[in-house]
Design a protein around this ligand. Structure first.
Ligand SMILES: Nc1ncnc2c1ncn2[C@@H]1O[C@H](COP(=O)(O)OP(=O)(O)OP(=O)(O)O)[C@@H](O)[C@H]1O
Length: 609
């Protein structure tokens, strides 16, 4: 069995009852479909006036002769109605039986589909939930390599593909094959000689159809990858729209997009070519068989006279009954191939091993009492170490400013303290607990993060602020906004804290966003604050407001600040000057100035970025 097929089974298990009902209804669907076709035979008999004259109600003599029993019972009533009410009543009886059987066939078909839909949508929902959970659980490093658009394509497109085409498999293994089997049984009953032709034909056509579908899965996979590429281009273009426009780069992005669309066009055409071939091919093959049957069977009727004419027409009806499911099977088998390719991409993500996880016996730490220690840390994103034997102690209640040239490893420290990445060597201890031994939830509960680019979500100010404390009251939110110096602009907004701030908060100014992200951290009220000070210059007034907000926030807290502003640095209890992943100087502003080393050079150049 295909690997991906095996993996999807556990997802369907939850909907076992739907699967069972689907199978049950499909069995009845196939059965009534076949009976319906057989029931045409008495209609024809009555129509041609050569119905069997059964004058006595037969007695049931066991399953072995059930065929005769049912046949004789039917013709007994046909006779009875014909004689008592006239032949049109006999016709009405037989036609009614056909209608009723087809009614049942379709009723069961409908019920089967209902259960299939519940199964499909249920698995779709579960897969989406599981995938989203995985996406947010996966550690930050995973996304340095991956494109967001590709992830979105897997999350939305591929999962859809799985639901749309993959569950065809149920039809493929139950509904249609059963229709074929029941029809074949009825056909063998009518004439085994004729049915022999059909048996020869099935493997031949199966072979032809599978030959065509062979390369389909590979192509489908390539098309889905290309789809990911396409969504990535749209996503990147939209999020960088200002740059795209101001650099007149519309053509460049359009070209990248068009190239991708073009590749997708070629791939889907080539997939379509094969998919489109499925139905006509099987229909033609089917008609060839029916023609052979017509010719050979016609001979049996006309020349040989060994086959009843009406029975032969019913037989051809049954043969046609095989054709539709055969067509459906060949089409579904192609779609299942697309579904398998999509499932592979979905499971690729679901099966990624999370490299940063809680240990089984990880402890909860609820309080921060003494100090954070970074002991002899070495860390590399790839091969080149970014931090080398880095050692630093941050006592409780102090503000430590990290300064140094761009690329010296300041943000990396923040990444390691929050366990977005794990250290390669050495250890980070909070009150002597290695952060690898505590739960990530409790570690992150102790820390607040204010990033350089204030990350906002589309929603109200309230929604954005209360991320760190979902049950916060409006009063608490207002209080946090006040501490963050943000209330003065929020209160003037038309809907106050309920005002929508647009995509990524783009209805607000840079300084306003910064103050909101400070308010978010203030509301969470963690004992340790990790702050990546924004480098983007604000006007003096805005700068003053943000600065004051930061100072308010850092009061009575332990803070690690990746500092870019001299005013922040001057007020820090300790300044750590970094160069190429190492500490070159350490001390207060005044101490470092008197040393006249790297720090004093940075101060004189005013360059902390
Ligand atoms: N996700 C990443 N994958 C690979 N290398 C990275 C990654 N993030 C940062 N680096 C590299 O690590 C080094 C240190 O980066 P870091 O962001 O810590 O510097 P920084 O001192 O904070 O710089 P800046 O002040 O410009 O933000 C840089 O050389 C950078 O190229």
């Amino acid at each position: 069995m295909d690997e991906n097929l095996k993996k999807i089974i556990p997802f369907a298990k939850k909907y076992k009852s739907n699967v069972i009902w689907n199978v049950f209804h499909n069995i009845l669907y196939a059965l009534f479909g076949t009976i319906g076709m057989v029931m045409i035979f008495p209609v024809l008999k009555v129509l041609f006036g050569n119905e069997e004259k059964v004058t006595q109600l037969p007695t049931y003599e066991g399953l072995g002769s059930i065929n005769h029993y049912l046949n004789d019972t039917l013709f007994y009533y046909v006779n009875y109605f014909s004689e008592t009410h006239g032949p049109n009543y006999a016709l009405l009886l037989t036609v009614s039986i056909v209608v009723i059987t087809f009614l049942f066939k379709n009723l069961f078909g409908y019920l089967g589909l209902q259960n299939l839909t519940k199964l499909k949508t249920g698995v779709l929902r579960d897969l989406r939930e599981k995938m989203f959970k995985k996406i947010i659980e996966l550690p930050v490093p995973y996304y340095s390599e991956k494109r967001k658009g590709d992830m979105m394509a897997r999350m939305l497109g591929d999962i859809n593909e799985v639901q749309n085409s993959f569950f065809m498999i149920l039809e493929l293994i139950i509904k249609e094959p059963l229709t074929i089997v029941f029809s074949l049984i009825a056909m063998i009953n009518i004439s085994w000689k004729l049915t022999l032709f059909v048996f020869i034909f099935i493997p031949i056509s199966g072979f032809i159809i599978s030959k065509i579908g062979k390369s389909l899965k590979g192509k489908s996979k390539r098309a889905q990858q290309e789809n990911g590429q396409l969504i990535s281009v749209v996503e990147e273009t939209l999020s960088g729209l200002k740059v795209v426009k101001s650099y007149n780069a519309e053509n460049f992005f359009s070209q990248t997009f068009n190239d991708s669309v073009d590749r997708l066009y070629k791939l889907t055409n080539s997939i379509g070519k094969k998919n489109n071939l499925a139905s006509p091919m099987s229909e033609f093959l089917g008609i060839v068989v029916i023609s052979v049957l017509l010719f050979y069977g016609g001979n049996l009727v006309l020349v040989d006279k060994s086959l009843d004419g009406s029975l032969f027409i019913a037989y051809i009806g049954l043969a046609y009954n095989i054709l539709t499911p055969a067509k459906a099977i060949s089409k579904a088998s192609y779609q299942v191939k697309n579904g398998l390719a999509a499932a592979e991409r979905v499971f690729e993500v679901l099966e990624v091993e999370n490299t940063i996880t809680d240990k089984v016996d990880a402890k909860e730490i609820e309080k921060f009492n003494h100090e954070i220690q970074l002991k002899n840390i070495t860390f590399a994103y790839n091969d080149e170490p970014v931090l080398k034997n880095f050692t630093l102690t941050i006592p409780k209640g102090k503000t430590v400013a990290l300064v140094g040239q761009s690329g010296s490893g300041k943000s990396t420290i923040a990444n390691l303290l929050t366990r977005f990445y794990d250290v390669d060597n050495g250890e980070i201890l909070i009150d002597n607990h290695n952060i690898k031994d505590v739960t990530m939830k409790s570690l992150r509960g102790l820390t607040g993060l204010v990033t350089q680019d204030s990350i906002m979500f589309n929603g109200s100010i309230k929604d954005n602020i209360r991320l760190g404390k979902l049950d916060a009251t409006d009063e608490e939110i207002t209080e946090a906004l006040k501490i963050a110096n943000a209330y003065e602009f929020v209160k003037d907004l038309p809907n106050g804290i309920e005002t929508n701030i647009g995509d990524s908060g783009n209805k607000l100014s840079g300084g306003q966003k910064q103050r909101l992200s400070i308010a978010r951290a203030v509301l969470k009220n963690p004992p340790i604050m990790i702050l990546d000070e924004a480098t983007s210059a604000l006007d003096t007034e805005s700068e003053r407001l943000v600065q004051q907000a930061l100072e308010n926030m850092m009061q009575n807290r332990t803070s690690v600040v990746i500092a870019h502003r001299l005013s922040t640095i001057q007020k820090a209890d300790m300044i750590v000057v970094m160069q190429k992943g190492k500490i070159v100087e350490q001390g207060t502003h005044d101490e470092l100035l008197t040393q006249n080393g790297t720090y004093s050079k940075l101060v004189s150049m005013q360059s902390f970025e």
